[in-house]
Design a protein around this ligand. Structure first.
Ligand code: GLY
Length: 361
């Protein structure tokens, strides 16, 4: 008998289990090995500013979580003795068409006025900062506070920290259903005061949920190239594609966003677009070796906000639907869920993320 059972061993489930382990006995269940689903596929962008068009609550949630990252990484690296390739080099957003230049300028204006760290660069400045960028640029923004982390390293560190803190992890357990304070798998049941559903896009498959949640997979195809370490330093966004350089010498090129159900194939059209965009950003990339191609299934809700909070099933909580921001939102999600379970008032207004918004589904 544990105090808490967490269902799902991705970045969200592992972070919640780790957070709660200081005050509760925690069991984490995963259908496969932990950290092999969507989190494993993520690019690891911690970039709330570069996609934000307003200062709504979701933007604030993302900013709050980013502000927790220094401590999160420091503790993880200390507890696990692993390096998570945390980079604080910032992000360049480049526009080569009039339409994307107008979007960048709109973003710059509100963010600058609101006092956020964003710089409008003369186009020539881009080449000084990233000499291998060859794409002609009309406007460029630099956001020095945007960061990245290597998700697979992060997952290893969180898993290790979970072990250090005493979380019990059982893999190969496919939970079929939940009922009040109970999880069901095969002919077995296990009980706990609190049960957290954190299995991303697979969360909606469980029987017994109330309310049920409308989650749909959004496929992201993504690839990595080998670069000389330091050839690119900053993340770059251009059109619908992005580059994320790792200090270790990988250059991540992402990502498609497809409504393709649970299909996880890589396709000529998907990879083709990414490779074309990568070479448009820098013609040098045409000769970089392709190291790996893969896909991830982002858990998307209709309003693209996560689902955080208690459900109508006694003792059962949702922490899922993080769509494109699971890695970024892991620290804040872990503290929110810990606050709920420990009976504290969560530090964030959870109304926009309430499971009850799907009650009619
Ligand atoms: N967060 C990046 C992506 O979803 O592609």
């Amino acid at each position: 008998m544990h105090d808490v059972i967490v269902i799902g061993g991705g970045v969200i489930g592992l972070s919640i289990a780790r957070e709660l382990a200081s005050s509760k006995s925690v069991l984490l269940l995963d259908r496969g090995p932990t950290g092999q689903g969507t989190s494993h596929a993520a690019a690891g962008m911690l970039t709330p500013l570069s996609e934000a068009d307003d200062q709504g609550p979701f933007f604030q949630l993302c900013r709050t979580s980013l502000a927790m990252y220094d401590r999160f990484v420091e503790e993880l690296q200390q507890e696990s003795s692993l390096d998570v390739a945390y980079s604080k080099e910032g992000l360049l957003s480049l526009a080569s068409s009039e339409e994307s230049a107008a979007t960048l300028l709109r973003r710059y204006e509100w963010q600058h006025q609101a006092g956020f760290e964003v710089e409008l660069l003369p186009p020539g400045e881009v080449r000084k900062m990233e000499p291998l960028v060859t794409v002609p640029v009309i406007h460029a923004l630099f956001m020095p506070g945007e960061r990245s982390v290597a998700p697979r390293r992060l997952l290893n560190a969180i898993r290790e920290s979970c072990f250090v803190r005493g979380v019990e992890i059982r893999t190969g357990v496919h939970v079929d259903a939940v009922s009040p304070n109970t999880v069901h798998f095969g002919h077995m049941t296990m009980q706990a005061a609190s049960i957290v559903i954190a299995s991303g896009v697979w969360s909606a498959e469980l029987n017994g949920l109330n309310p049920r949640i409308p989650l749909s997979p959004r496929k992201g195809q993504i690839l990595s190239l080998a670069m000389a370490p330091g050839a690119f330093r900053r993340m770059i966004r251009w059109g619908h594609s992005y580059l994320v350089p790792r200090p270790t010498g990988e250059l991540i090129v992402g990502a498609t966003n497809e409504d393709a159900g649970f299909d996880s194939s890589v396709t000529p059209a998907g990879l083709g677009r990414l490779l074309m965009d990568a070479q448009a950003i820098s013609s040098y990339l045409g000769s970089y070796p392709i190291v790996e191609t893969w896909t991830g299934l982002r858990p998307a809700t209709p309003d693209e906000f996560p689902i955080l909070g208690s459900t109508a099933v006694h003792g059962v909580y949702y922490a899922t639907g993080h769509y494109r921001n699971g890695v970024l939102l892991a620290p804040i999600t872990a503290t929110i869920v810990a606050d709920l379970i420990e009976g504290h008032k969560p530090r964030v207004d959870l109304e926009p993320y309430s499971p009850s918004r799907f009650e009619s589904n």
